[in-house]
Design a protein around this ligand. Structure first.
Ligand SMILES: Nc1ncnc2c1ncn2[C@@H]1O[C@H](COP(=O)(O)OP(=O)(O)OP(=O)(O)O)[C@@H](O)[C@H]1O
Length: 353
């Protein structure tokens, strides 16, 4: 289990994380979402002992990372898949991590197999594609068979097959009872992978709920298909509904249930070709929820200029690209957390799964 207790982090005048409290439970996948600069990476770095909180606490299995004796056995992390020694082979990279964390060397081949890198285990990491490095980073995170996994943008660089693979992997790891926290800007993917989401904006908690509850909360009424839209719209409006005509000619109705719409249509002998609840996607819910928290706005269209991207289009998977990169991290992020490279280790019991 992961717990954030009134976590606050300030960098000078910037409040990167602002009084953030939440619990990330085992047995499910929890998505960690927020616009660029919201404080996700900062929170993850604090969880992994790479940065110190200004106040509050970030706990893994009830303890601060720095007090965990054999970190790789308790928590696996992927922060920056490219932060690996390019001259080493994949196998040697993992063997080094295993040795310095007193993990049995047999675990190396097991995780290489699990992430699909067994065939390239003896190739130098420098020649790996970003997707292969992501897989290697995940292998390193899994090396100690940890109860908790913290993954920052793990699908970056993966092809569609790899994206599906990681979705199934993470869901499988959660089903084994592990705590899985992952950040991503890919809302459609997050909707398929995560059970719960913690959404932050400008360092503050905006939502901590299930994906189902969130999409339900932002569901947009009922979509009605009829060959006589003007007449039906008049009937529904008179009955207290609010009706809008969609670009595809359907009627969007709020304020009336599907059954009420069906009854009214039957009463007025107006044919219905379809009545369906309009579920919001996670992306729509996310965009509405974070609308006031975006720091790096997508440019709006200007007369004669290119059209701004439609934030409500499902294909827009990176809703708020930053025009400028945020300041670099205070300390270099590592693939597996600070102790991956060899801090002391003594056996501890697993208490966080
Ligand atoms: N080392 C640092 N020094 C100063 N400011 C920092 C530092 N690290 C982060 N920040 C600031 O803290 C805020 C939160 O940044 P953070 O990288 O945690 O956001 P994020 O949600 O991970 O963003 P992204 O989605 O773009 O990765 C931003 O305003 C960022 O500029």
């Amino acid at each position: 289990m992961i717990e954030l207790r009134q976590l606050t982090k300030r960098y000078g005048r910037t409040v990167a994380v602002d009084d953030l409290s939440c619990t990330v439970e085992p047995g499910i996948v929890t998505g960690f979402l927020g616009p660029n600069g919201a404080g996700k990476s900062t929170t993850m770095r604090i969880l992994l002992g790479l940065d110190a909180p200004s106040s509050g606490a970030a706990l893994i299995g009830g303890r601060r990372y720095a007090t965990i004796d054999r970190p790789l056995r308790e928590v696996g992390a992927l922060l920056d898949a490219t932060a690996v020694h390019g001259g080493r082979t994949a196998r040697n990279h993992l063997r080094f991590l295993a040795r310095t964390n007193r993990i049995h060397p047999a675990a190396v081949d097991t995780v290489l197999d699990r992430v699909g890198l067994a065939q390239v285990a003896r190739r130098r990491v420098g020649g790996f594609s970003l997707g292969m490095k992501q897989r290697l980073g995940i292998a390193a995170a899994l090396l100690g068979d940890p109860a908790v996994l913290i993954l920052d943008e793990p699908v970056n660089g993966l092809d569609p097959d790899g994206v599906r693979w990681i979705r199934q992997l993470l869901r499988g790891l959660a089903a084994e009872g592990r705590t899985v926290l992952l950040s991503s800007h890919l809302m459609s993917e997050m909707q398929l992978t995560a059970d719960r989401v913690v959404i932050i904006g400008r360092g503050r908690l905006l939502a901590d709920t299930t994906v189902a509850e969130l999409t339900d909360r932002y569901a947009g009424g009922v979509l009605v298909r009829t060959p006589r839209p003007a007449e039906l719209a008049a009937v529904l409006t008179r009955a207290g509904g609010t009706v809008t005509t969609q670009p595809d000619g359907q009627l969007g109705v709020t304020g009336l249930t599907e059954s009420a719409i069906g009854d009214l249509a039957a009463e007025h002998r107006l044919p219905l070709h379809g009545v369906a609840r309009r579920d919001a996607s996670l992306e729509e819910a996310y965009l509405q929820l974070t609308a006031g928290s975006v720091q790096y706005e997508t440019p709006r269209s200007t007369p004669g200029g290119p059209a701004a991207p439609d934030h409500r289009t499902p294909a827009a998977t990176t809703p708020h690209p930053a025009p400028a990169a945020p300041p670099p991290a205070a300390e270099p992020a590592t693939t597996t957390g600070p102790d991956a490279a060899g801090t002391a280790a003594t056996p501890t019991g697993r208490d966080a799964r």
